[in-house]
Design a protein around this ligand. Structure first.
Ligand code: SF4
Ligand code: SF4
Length: 310
């Protein structure tokens, strides 16, 4: 079978498993990314996320992650929910409304890999969903699924940026796709809207200032300098995506496992009264577990203190 035919089958199987877009790249060293990544890490923009300092070489070369790797298959899975947050209540990022995407999207990737093996033979490879040193946005961009916007996220021209990105890194030779154009143009809406000035020129994100980092990754207390900038976000932040003109084209997800949990309708008072037992029940299978009950309470108390003082 030819590499073209392999790519064709992979794309059909991706569609059958519910992926919205699938693009293919040759597994190779990301030469252009090496100096950018080094500079970003040296600037300390990763904050307390010290795990990003590790596996520098593996991050840049998928063949070091998966021996014999020939192809990176990038997959996009839409999570854009029907329900919108109430501006005056506490908010959590849309990607965390339903069941944890790691589980949901990984299940689909494994099913896809199994189906590929039944059609194409004993393919060696691994599945990645935001869980290992893979530069997922770079691979998705290389394989033509979109471009990396000023806010650092992948934008698909037909459907915006509310996607999870997954990869299959496999030892099967395939016909690669090429990149698409960058359509940010002269727009700076995300830069202007970011309340913490985390989006810097040259598409650099100072992650240590991003509300997503402050509410999820940061283990110590949130610096008071952010007190008037949190905009009621208690887990993640969607501001830069919400203002992006390309998200006019977002379509609601059909994935039943991303149905919002009951907390998505909570009032501020409900969140402030949230107890551990309730948290464990409501967020049992949720990505919100990442910050944990104590972390979420810290975020809520930080915001509550601000509103009490103002
Ligand atoms: S997620 Fe929020 S804080 Fe982070 S870069 Fe986007 S707008 Fe800024
Ligand atoms: S808001 Fe504008 S600059 Fe920012 S990512 Fe979207 S198109 Fe690009």
């Amino acid at each position: 079978m030819t590499p073209q035919k392999h790519s064709e089958i992979i794309k059909q199987v991706a569609k059958l498993n519910g992926f919205d877009y699938c693009g293919i790249s040759k597994a190779d060293f990301l030469a252009e990314e090496a100096p950018k990544l080094e500079k970003w890490l040296k600037s300390g923009f990763q904050g307390e996320m010290s795990y990003l300092d590790n596996h520098f070489d593996k991050r840049l070369d998928p063949r070091l992650l998966v021996p014999g790797a020939k192809t990176v298959v990038s997959l996009l899975f839409n999570y854009y929910p029907e329900k919108n947050p109430v501006e005056t209540e506490y908010k959590i990022a849309k990607y965390a409304y339903g069941e944890d995407y790691h589980t949901v999207v990984k299940d689909k990737c494994y099913s896809m890999l199994e189906q590929l093996r039944s059609q194409l033979g004993d393919i060696g490879g691994r599945v990645f969903v935001d869980s290992a040193p893979v530069m997922e946005r770079v691979w998705a961009e290389k394989s033509g699924l979109g471009w990396i916007g000023r806010h650092g996220l992948l934008i698909n021209k037909s459907q915006g940026s509310y996607f999870f990105i997954a990869e299959l890194i496999i030892d099967l030779e395939c016909e690669p796709d090429g990149p698409v154009k960058d359509y940010c143009g002269t727009c700076t809406k995300c830069v202007d809207a970011c309340p913490t000035e985390a989006i810097l020129p040259n598409k650099t994100l100072n992650a240590s200032h991003c509300i997503s980092y402050l509410t999820i990754e940061l283990k110590s207390s949130i610096d008071e300098k952010f007190s008037d900038k949190m905009n009621d976000w208690i887990f993640g932040c969607d501001i830069c995506q919400d203002v992006c003109p390309w998200n006019r084209f977002s379509k609601h997800t059909n994935e039943i496992r991303f149905e919002p949990v009951e907390a998505i309708g909570y009032s501020k008072k409900d969140w402030e009264q949230l107890e551990k037992e309730q948290f464990d029940r409501v967020f049992k299978h949720s990505a919100v577990q990442r910050t944990g009950f104590e972390g979420l309470k810290r975020n809520i108390s930080f915001l509550k203190k601000i509103s009490t003082n103002s």
